[in-house]
Ligand binder design. Structure first.
Ligand SMILES: [Zn+2]
Length: 137
């Protein structure tokens, strides 16, 4: 088990109902910035799955309390190709982005939007996803 001294917490994957045979132990560095502070300073790491086929879609840092309504690009931690969207220089407006879709069954899970603080995000469609808390803080 690895431990990140700077951040001071461990994220532990495993013993989930997934098909993984071995436990997965990873460390994650949650983002601590103005967006997190604006939400009260607490965050949870979530795994988002497709509600239709149960495929894993992404890992997401949810800041603050309340419902998960959207996924900001700069809070997506995995998979790498989705986490990289926040650095895509061609994304200036929501129309530059594609929908967030399930990698397995292609169900549309989110549509592009811009939040009032300027960040690009996916507006999540009700009933298309399920979430599991990986780590709270
Ligand atoms: Zn699916």
């Amino acid at each position: 088990m690895r431990y990140c001294e700077e951040v001071g917490f461990i994220i532990y994957y495993g013993q989930q109902k997934s098909s993984f045979k071995t436990d997965h132990i990873m460390e994650e560095r949650m983002k601590k910035d103005k967006y997190l502070r604006a939400r009260g300073g607490t965050a949870r790491m979530l795994d988002i799955h497709c509600a239709r086929c149960a495929a894993w879609v992404l890992k997401y840092q949810k800041d603050g309390v309340g419902q998960l309504l959207r996924c900001y690009l700069n809070r997506i931690f995995a998979p790498p190709e989705t986490a990289a969207l926040q650095h895509n220089p061609t994304f200036r407006e929501p129309k530059d982005m594609s929908n967030l879709v399930c990698p397995k069954c292609s169900t549309v899970i989110g549509t592009p939007m811009r939040y009032e603080d300027g960040r690009l995000a996916f507006r999540l469609l009700k009933g298309t996803y399920s979430k599991k808390i990986v780590k709270g803080e």
